[in-house]
Design a protein around this ligand. Structure first.
Ligand code: PBG
Ligand code: ZN
Length: 328
């Protein structure tokens, strides 16, 4: 006697019936890089088909996204002027505040707008917060103070969700208190709760013009070797009041995704980061992979590992594939 697993693989309909996980466009969040100017759309060399765009272009992009069934975006800002504390991010006239107001004015509840809360795109040194007095690393608690201010700028400009990505200790508690004190008790926080110091962010740093001009991010982002600490980081953010947890990057960390999924009842997001995106794009350009298949297989792997939500530069491609009836 042996089990005939092949019985339910015999044809497409049976395989469909026996399929355990699926990809749904409703769980996708699409990242947008917003810059100053008008009519600007600049392709990022390291990320084919991904653009930095001015606010007017971003509004057009949102129309296109909605037509594809994508109604959730996360915004990254590229300010005209950078300084030591990232002032643009603290101003109601900063690039993200302006973009938020424009998008919310045009689309209201039809587009869920999440903001990435960090300072690396806004500081002249490219680190994710204020530097300490020795200028060797980021000062955790000083950065918490300006992060709370940044969260309120986003909240006042109409953000639907705040996503702190700087990996400062205590950031979720700090933001939650700041939001609650100003009456934003219902504004959710999606924390980049387990974020590794990863080489997979390489292309993003070109996209967001956010490379540190000295050192690296290893004193605040996590060591890729650490599984227990990865779990502790996410559980701590849950305890501080995060509404959604996140693992970043996604593909090389699916074991961590499963671990956190099993340990927390909160929704779990994965960030399918720039390096993961560009690897597939350039492999396709080289003609060495079946792009559509490898793309859907990758998205499915996130779901199988336990992700509920996927931030991905591939979201538009996924939408088109799903519209054509491709789920694998
Ligand atoms: C900012 C931030 C980064 C990413 C998202 N928010 C870059 C970094 O930490 O260097 C990476 C996104 C990607 O690679 O697609 N802290
Ligand atoms: Zn940062």
């Amino acid at each position: 006697m042996f089990k005939r697993f092949r019985r339910v693989r015999a044809n497409k309909t049976l395989r469909e019936l026996a399929q355990e996980t699926r990809v749904d466009i409703k769980e996708f969040i699409y990242p947008l890089f917003i810059k100053e100017g008008r009519g600007e759309r600049k392709e990022i060399a390291s990320m084919p088909d991904i653009f930095q765009m001015s606010i007017d272009e971003a509004l057009k992009e949102c129309e296109e996204l909605l037509e594809l069934g994508i109604n959730k975006i996360i915004l990254f800002g590229i300010p005209e002027i950078k300084d030591s504390i990232g002032s643009d991010a603290l101003s109601d006239e900063g690039i993200i505040a302006k973009a938020l107001k424009a998008i919310k004015k045009q689309f209201g509840q039809n587009m869920l707008v999440i903001t990435d809360l960090c300072f690396c795109e806004y500081t002249d040194h490219g680190h994710c917060g204020i530097l300490d007095v020795e200028h060797e690393s980021v000062d955790n608690d000083a950065t918490l103070e300006i992060t709370a201010r940044q969260a309120l700028v986003h909240a006042n400009a109409g953000a639907d969700m705040i996503a702190p990505s700087g990996m400062m200790d205590g950031v979720v508690k700090t933001i939650r208190e700041a939001l609650d004190n100003e009456g934003f008790v219902n504004l959710p926080i999606m924390s980049y709760s387990t974020k590794f110091a990863s080489a997979y962010y390489g292309p993003f740093r070109e996209a967001a013009e956010s490379s540190p001009n000295f050192g690296d991010r290893k004193t605040y982002q996590m060591n890729p070797a650490n599984r227990r600490e990865a779990l502790a980081e996410s559980l701590e953010d849950e305890a501080q009041g995060a509404d959604i947890l996140m693992v970043k990057p996604a593909l090389a960390y699916l074991d961590i995704v499963r671990e956190i999924k099993n340990a927390s009842l909160l929704p779990l997001c994965v960030y399918n980061v720039s390096g993961e995106y560009s690897m597939l794009k350039f492999a396709a350009k080289a003609g060495v992979v079946d792009y559509d298949r490898i793309l859907m297989e990758t998205m499915l792997s996130f779901k199988r590992a336990g992700a509920d939500i996927i931030i991905s530069y591939h979201a538009k491609e996924v939408a088109r594939l799903l519209q054509n009836g491709r789920n694998l």
